[in-house]
Design a protein around this ligand. Structure first.
Ligand code: F6R
Length: 274
């Protein structure tokens, strides 16, 4: 995994935006997977700014969100669809018909999950999947104990997730947080061509350490990303604070390959190689 350690959450948003812009504009990533939560808010603000400046174009981009609460209508202020509308979709040039979202009010959960997976496949799969991470290591809403080969499914939220989401989005009122959600599975996330993980803050440091340096285990579902060939992790110093190989990740950060090529060219010259 490529790990980019930034000073703070503002820098995380800017670095993540650079990756998104490059993949959408230069590498044909026209099918995106998106997260909600506090983590991507800065990135979405950068995407909105970039779109207004004409740096990034969403007119032919399709999106799938990672998850949605069961039981919340779209217009509910805390529904994930509403979150995405207000933070991103309403402010960029994406076509409404190109936005797919899990329906938290479906009357047939299995059918809805199968429909979502089939639509992704029909569009050739997700090219860039952006994910945040929960305190317990979840990606999407794949809580500890979720199969690492799971597909889009119904999940029961862990207590730590209910508490965190109550504090962040429900004025601390845990009773308002739905106990269940629909979520892409870990296997669904692993099928994306590329994954961009973003995280900041001390409360994510254990989960990030487990993801990057721990064993692959369904007790920290993000650790499954160790099996993915193309993952970029953009985190701040606080989220990186428990990493054993922190200094090494900094050494292999962007710019490293250019430095190596310069070093190699100089060594070849010294050795008289053409
Ligand atoms: C949300 C999602 C979750 C969040 C995670 C972190 O769509 O898939 O995995 O990314 O719970 O949430 P925040 O960003 O609020 O700390």
């Amino acid at each position: 995994m490529k790990v980019i350690i930034c000073k703070d959450k503002k820098e995380v948003a800017k670095e993540a935006y650079k990756v998104v812009r490059d993949r959408v504009m230069n590498q044909g990533a026209k099918v995106l997977g998106l997260p909600t939560g506090t983590t991507p808010e800065g990135l979405y603000a950068e995407m909105v700014k970039g779109c207004k400046k004409g740096e990034i174009d969403f007119s032919d981009v399709h999106t799938f969100n990672l998850d949605e609460y069961i039981g919340l209508p779209v217009e509910h202020p805390q529904s994930y669809r509403n979150f995405m509308n207000t933070r991103l979709f309403d402010h960029i040039n994406i076509k409404a018909s190109n936005i797919d979202f899990l329906d938290g009010l479906t009357d047939d959960i299995d059918r809805e999950c199968a429909r979502y997976e089939a639509h992704m496949e029909e569009l050739g799969g997700i090219k860039l999947q952006i994910v945040g991470i929960g305190r317990d290591g979840h990606i999407g809403f794949n809580e500890p104990g979720t199969s690492l080969s799971s597909r889009t499914h119904m999940i029961t939220l862990a207590q730590s997730t209910i508490t965190d989401n109550a504090n962040l989005f429900f004025d601390g009122d845990e009773s308002q947080v739905p106990r269940w959600a629909l979520s892409m599975g870990v296997g669904t996330v692993l099928d994306a061509k590329e994954v961009l993980m973003i995280a900041f803050g001390k409360n994510k440091a254990d989960a990030i350490q487990g993801m990057l340096e721990g064993p692959i285990t369904y007790m920290n579902t993000s650790s499954a990303l160790q099996l993915h060939p193309d993952v970029t992790v953009v985190i701040d110093e606080a989220a990186a604070s428990k990493l054993k190989y922190r200094d090494y990740y900094k050494r292999i950060a962007p710019g490293n390959e250019e430095a190596m090529l310069k070093f190699l060219a100089a060594a070849r010259k010294k050795a008289g190689r053409k």
